[in-house]
Ligand binder design. Sequence first.
Ligand code: GDP
Length: 202
Amino acid sequence: MKISKAIFLKSAGQFKDCKRTDMPEYAFIGRSNVGKSSLINMLCNNNKLAKTSATPGKTQLINFFVINENWHLVDLPGYGYAKKSKALRDTFSALIIDYCTKRENLTCLFVLIDSRLPLQQIDLEFMQWCGEKNIPFCIIYTKADKNSKSELTKNINTIEKELLKHWEELPNTFVTSSEKGLGKEDILEFIDHTNKQKQSEI
Ligand code: GDP
């Protein structure tokens, strides 16, 4: 699949502002600075679509885009700047929690992980929470160009070993670089395939 049309639909500051739709929705989330905006722009061939690196602490918004008049791409707020607290609601905003648990047409959540770092506690917590809530998700490793191939493989293996301490199997994973366009086809193929599967079920 190629993205030939990507149109900004709206921003929502609260879950009740998210417009109901029948279109399948694919949402992107991760720690601030993980490379989410760059990835969305790479997927959509548009460097200005998602705004890069909003200042932490600013109003959190969910941004909706209509892709090829067929599905929604959703840019969720970054997490990870919250105050130290044990409460999930303080770490992951009500907006993120409400969207992930209540959005009926959410087809897959892409959780972005920096391929250069060891597994971060907050990412693990978030993915474990997704598992508990039965939220379908995939992992996207970002910034793959920043390491050598061998370092990249080593890092990802270490992350996956850590994940397998908590789960029996891994979700789908994608290795990406927005700089190099790596992983774009695989992600878009996955979305296309999932959309077709959903359509055939109707
Ligand atoms: P966001 O806060 O998650 O939306 O992250 P951004 O997309 O704004 O990226 C944060 C920083 O990482 C920026 O300086 C980007 O240029 C850089 N970055 C993002 N993706 C890549 C990538 O694939 N490769 C490299 N080398 N840098 C990246």
